[in-house]
Design a binder for this molecule. Structure first.
Ligand code: ATP
Ligand code: LTN
Length: 332
């Protein structure tokens, strides 16, 4: 059986990843390493579309690498690298921008949401062209699967559209990628505002469970999570978004079914249930946090690993790019 290519990316936009990143995407990254040829990229160029804090960039990029390894991404099994180390991403990004229509790019909901947040005047061009750089990330590696959370579905669709357009106009060049989006965990919600997605860049710190937060802080956040009317522990996303979110979190980490958890808490209150969720989350994250902090003590080693990853990535990326240039008729 030939191996399938897997590619995904995550932005180094905060000091720590959160549980939504893990359950929506990173858990699948770890699983897909086995039996596949996986490329995982810390997309620092994409992160430039948000607030740019030079002093934080290095720190967050290294913290991202440490967390990915602590979560189980093995630099031996998969290719772990930083986007800006492989120049082909920008180069193919430009080609994608020349292929994409202004109208289709304007329909991207992530762009609409993020630009609406800061007011139309503060939105930058990079935020608009972000999905075309993402398409380049994916197509360069001829990926079969792209493990991401639900919010990225539209970007994967755009990537497929761009690849199809290129292939039919200029000859078979790119593989059409498929999103790898799990059902449970594809969207984890903010603990304080359980109808909004848990997000690194959201305002509320108390609603976000960070992988590198101390066990005490995370336990406290879970115990003070917003809950719903009534006192029954039951999965009902419409009427009980808070409790449903906590059930999803527990079930995804403990491996127990939602029905099993509902049964266990029949006749008990929200307090007992939240205590149990806190215990599961804290014990799950404890060794991950410890490992990440240990890895961060040796920055040189982390940087060396990332450079080795970039070397491997470049081999694949440069081959796709030169084929793309050739098919476009660019003179070599
Ligand atoms: P931001 O809010 O700043 O855009 P983010 O928290 O959404 O950041 P990203 O780097 O954009 O983080 O996303 C990394 C991966 O995590 C993506 O695959 C994304 O789909 C997934 N993801 C992010 N938030 C959630 C969430 N709340 N539930 C499930 N998956 C998520
Ligand atoms: N846009 C994604 C991050 C991202 C990505 C990628 C994901 C950039 N390039 C390539 C998968 C494949 C996000 O906001 N989560």
């Amino acid at each position: 059986m030939t191996q399938k290519r897997v590619l995904s990316g995550i932005q180094p936009t905060s000091d720590s990843f959160h549980l939504g990143n893990y359950l929506g995407a990173l858990k699948q990254w770890v699983e897909l390493q086995d039996g596949n040829d996986a490329f995982y990229c810390i997309v620092d160029l994409h992160a430039l579309t948000g607030e740019i804090e030079p002093a934080l960039f290095r720190k967050r990029t290294l913290a991202s690498a440490a967390q990915l390894i602590a979560l189980g991404i093995s630099p031996e099994k998969s290719t772990l690298f930083v986007q800006s180390h492989v120049a082909e991403h920008n180069q193919l990004g430009w080609i994608m921008e020349c292929l994409a229509g202004f109208g289709e790019a304007s329909r991207m909901t992530q762009f609409k949401d993020k630009s609406a947040k800061g007011g139309a005047d503060s939105a930058r061009v990079g935020l608009f062209t972000y999905p075309m750089l993402q398409a380049a990330d994916i197509l360069l590696y001829q990926a079969h699967y792209v493990p991401v959370g639900e919010d990225q579905r539209q970007h994967i669709e755009l990537t497929r559209d761009l690849a199809t357009r290129f292939n039919s106009r200029f000859g078979e060049t790119f593989r059409l990628p498929e999103g790898y989006i799990v059902k449970a965990g594809a969207k984890i919600y903010d603990l304080q505002e359980p109808t909004a997605k848990m997000s690194k860049s959201s305002g509320s710190v108390s609603g976000v469970l960070e992988l590198l937060d101390s066990p005490e802080v995370n336990a406290k956040k879970i115990k003070s999570a917003a809950t719903d009317a009534g006192r029954e522990v039951k999965f009902d996303e419409k009427e009980k978004p808070g409790i449903s979110n906590l059930l999803t979190i527990h079930s995804s980490l403990s491996g127990r079914s939602i029905a099993d958890l509902e049964n266990e808490f029949v006749g008990k209150g929200y307090g007992d249930f939240k205590g149990a969720v806190a215990e599961v989350v804290v014990e799950y994250l404890r060794p991950i946090r410890q490992k990440a902090l240990e890895l961060l003590e040796d920055e040189r080693h982390l940087i060396d690993l990332l450079h080795e990853g970039a070397e491997k990535a470049r081999v694949v990326a440069s081959s796709t790019l030169s084929n793309t240039y050739k098919n476009l008729g660019l003179v070599k």
